[in-house]
Design a binder for this molecule. Structure first.
Ligand code: SAH
Ligand code: MG
Length: 208
């Protein structure tokens, strides 16, 4: 990956360790010949740089979805609240900072931001996707809804990536791990790569 973008990704606020970001970049490049990429959970655009770099190099685009109002644990008073990302009404707002990230990265022609709730966008989505990266809300209900809404859009041979997969409950919340197990149990996906808490699966069958 281009050194300038790597430095920018490292300096961008967010929740994507470098080794996992680079694995995401490699997976994005692998999938990109099949079609566009899509991310759920943009935040300030840290993971978006890794996937966007892959999309740009391979001549495709990356859609990235977020309501930009923060996850449950990013609200005022919660452990991952960041006072830099609040609007004039006191609500979480990561959209201006995200926009700055993508401009600095030179990825404005590659990365297409969709501002809205993941399940709502999924209900209207019709375009087959080469790769879907799920990193939105980590409540059981929302994580399962992201799988149900987006996994069917991954084309055969395409990739489904899930972040924050912790098989050991003492390491983190279990919803993404449950989604990962569900994807494997469906028979529609098989393991492709694993890096830290990132799991990438390949679509090999029907019956999501
Ligand atoms: N991928 C980011 C981290 C994402 S944090 C990184 O690399 O740093 C999770 C994000 O998901 C938050 O920005 C939050 O606003 C968003 N989110 C949570 N629930 C959502 C939902 N139902 N629809 C859309 N976005 C959601
Ligand atoms: Mg994450």
């Amino acid at each position: 990956m281009e050194e300038r973008l790597l430095q920018l990704a490292r300096a961008t606020p967010g929740f994507m360790p470098d080794d996992e970001g680079l694995a995401l970049y490699r997976a994005g490049r692998e999938a990109a010949p099949l079609g566009p990429l899509l991310e759920v959970g943009t935040y300030v655009g840290k993971s978006t740089i890794y996937l966007g770099a892959a999309a740009k190099e391979m001549g495709t685009v990356l859609f990235t979805i977020d309501h930009h109002r923060g996850s449950e644990e990013q609200q005022p008073g919660q452990p991952y609240f960041d006072p830099r990302f609040v609007d004039e009404f006191g609500q979480v707002d990561t959209l201006p900072a995200f926009r700055r990230t993508i401009a600095l990265a030179g990825l404005e022609e590659t990365v297409i931001a969709i501002v809205g709730r993941s399940a709502t966008v999924a209900a209207y989505w019709r375009t087959p996707l080469a790769m879907v990266f799920i990193d939105g809300s980590h409540t059981e209900e929302n994580a399962q809804a992201d799988y149900e809404g987006w996994a069917p859009h991954v084309i055969m041979g395409g990739l489904l990536a899930i972040h924050d997969v912790f098989p050991d409950p003492s390491q983190g919340g279990q919803a993404p791990y449950h989604v990962y197990l569900r994807a494997l149990a469906s028979g529609a996906f098989e393991d492709y790569l694993c890096q830290g808490s990132l799991r990438v699966l390949r679509r090999v069958g029907h019956g999501i």
